[in-house]
Design a binder for this molecule. Structure first.
Ligand SMILES: Nc1ncnc2c1ncn2[C@@H]1O[C@H](COP(=O)(O)OP(=O)(O)OP(=O)(O)O)[C@@H](O)[C@H]1O
Ligand SMILES: [Mg+2]
Length: 290
């Protein structure tokens, strides 16, 4: 819970810090980012690109009430074919990277659809928002597992190794591969060159974690727990970039169709969200630019 809320406010925070930001709604089946940003009835949307009605993604960019913050909405999707096919998806990802902005923030739908995973994987920084509830934590693990295996499969060239990865994706596989670390051992035995590549791919997969809706110190610690699990079972280094407390003003800001930073900039949650934005900025700079 809270992906769209968090993204709205990270975008607002970066814009207020003087960056040129484009927030993109890629949730074609549940578009609502425009509402959180107070943009009524967007005339054009990403659905126009997906349907091939518009080839220039830049023409779908709309202004919001906030200086420096623009939006690509996802309204008017064709529910018969909401997700772009493979070729279109690759074009979209290229076009997203070519947008004229300092930061492009892409709001993804829930679940592990291939398109959702691909947008996550192509990003410089993939952020997973998790709420301190068992269901949300479970969803976060399923998502990370699916993203990890997809990335691996795309990176693995060797035919035999690809087959191993494909087998490992079935959690009940006969080889007894239960975690990416088990898979690593199998790959290293089967093909040392691909094994080394596997390790590099694993190391460069560094998802960011945000815990949203915390109500206690224990909730805050959830981020560290998820990070440990990622290290132990996936062999990956997830970065816990911060938490946001649960508060009524967050919900009210959504009702008011404003980022919380605008609605009540002095709220604790607004302060925490700015902290997360700052941290992501630092990581972007360390990684060679936004
Ligand atoms: N920190 C918070 N404190 C209180 N309420 C919150 C907080 N974060 C989110 N909410 C409430 O939860 C609602 C749902 O959040 P949001 O739409 O961001 O979830 P989502 O993960 O994008 O959902 P979906 O998977 O449907 O896209 C918000 O409209 C808001 O009312
Ligand atoms: Mg959402």
């Amino acid at each position: 819970m809270g992906k769209t809320f968090v993204l709205t406010n990270l975008a607002a925070s970066l814009a207020r810090a003087g960056h040129r930001v484009i927030a993109v709604d890629a949730d074609l089946e549940g578009a609502n980012l425009h509402t959180c940003l107070g943009v009524p009835r967007p005339p054009v949307s990403l659905a126009d690109f997906v349907a091939g009605r518009e080839e220039d993604l830049g023409k779908l960019v709309l202004d919001t009430k906030l200086a420096g913050l623009q939006l690509i909405a996802a309204t008017h999707a064709n529910l018969g074919a909401p997700q772009p096919g493979q070729v279109r998806r690759v074009r979209l990802m290229r076009a997203l990277r070519a947008l004229d902005a300092d930061f492009v923030l892409v709001d993804l739908g829930a679940g592990t659809h291939a398109s959702v995973l691909d947008y996550f994987l192509v990003a410089d920084q993939g952020v997973v928002v998790v709420a301190p509830e068992p269901t949300s934590v479970e969803n976060a693990y399923s998502f990370l597992r699916a993203a990890f295996y997809r990335r691996l499969r795309l990176a693995m060239a060797g035919h035999g190794v690809r087959k191993l990865v494909a087998e490992a994706m079935d959690q009940r596989n006969d080889r007894g591969i239960r975690t990416p670390l088990d898979l690593l051992r199998e790959v290293q035995t089967a093909d040392p060159v691909e094994g080394a590549r596997f390790v590099r791919t694993m190391q460069s997969f560094q998802p960011r974690l945000v815990v949203n809706g915390v109500r206690s110190a224990e909730d805050v610690r959830l981020g560290f727990a998820v990070r440990s699990v990622c290290r132990k079972y996936f062999g990956i280094e997830a970065e816990y970039v911060g938490y946001v407390n649960h508060e009524e003003s967050a919900r009210r800001s959504v009702l008011a169709k404003q980022p919380l930073l605008e609605f009540r900039g002095d709220a604790d949650a607004a302060v925490y969200l700015q902290r997360v934005a700052h941290k992501l900025c630092q990581l972007a700079a360390a990684g060679g630019g936004p």
